[in-house]
Write a protein of this length. Structure first.
Length: 157
């Protein structure tokens, strides 16, 4: 599993932001900037839509004010779902990362296999990535939502 001090592994991700949608190498995306990345099991799911993503939407400006360049949300969903969720949650100021085939999630060893319920998903976590290197990692144990929230990230910046 990825940990503090590790570089973000190589994978192709789809980034949805104000500029549109683009497939990029993870190394290029994280290079030369400080990124708060949080991940969740699925777009439009209850905890993800009612608590996790909204916390980062509300606290976005506070996070940016602490020297962060980008706040990004990752899920193992396709780019169309992530764009629709971004619009539905008024999250246009966040980068949405569609890890549709779970390439980055698998490379970081953060897979959550929900079987017939939803298949391969991402574990719930948040991290601070500085120039491609993880400086803080907040992984959830089980299905909880205790340490991967925006408030925790704010205390770490």
């Amino acid at each position: 599993m990825i940990k503090v001090g590790d570089k973000i592994p190589a994978a192709t991700i789809t980034v949805i932001n104000k500029q549109g949608q683009d497939n990029v190498a993870s190394s290029d995306y994280f290079a030369g900037k400080k990124v708060v990345l949080f991940a969740l099991p699925g777009a439009f799911t209850p905890t993800c839509s009612e608590a996790h993503l909204p916390g980062f939407v509300v606290k976005h400006d506070d996070i940016i004010a602490k020297g962060v360049d980008t706040v990004a949300c990752l899920s193992v969903n396709d780019s169309f779902v992530m764009k629709s969720w971004q619009d539905a949650q008024n999250a246009e100021h966040l980068d949405m990362i569609a890890d549709g085939g779970a390439a980055l999630t698998k490379a970081m060893d953060l897979v959550l296999d929900t079987g017939d319920f939803g298949g391969i998903r991402s574990q719930r976590y948040s991290m601070i990535v500085d120039d491609g290197v993880v400086t803080h990692f907040n992984g959830e144990n089980g299905g909880g939502y205790e340490v991967s929230d925006a408030e925790t990230i704010l205390t770490q910046l």
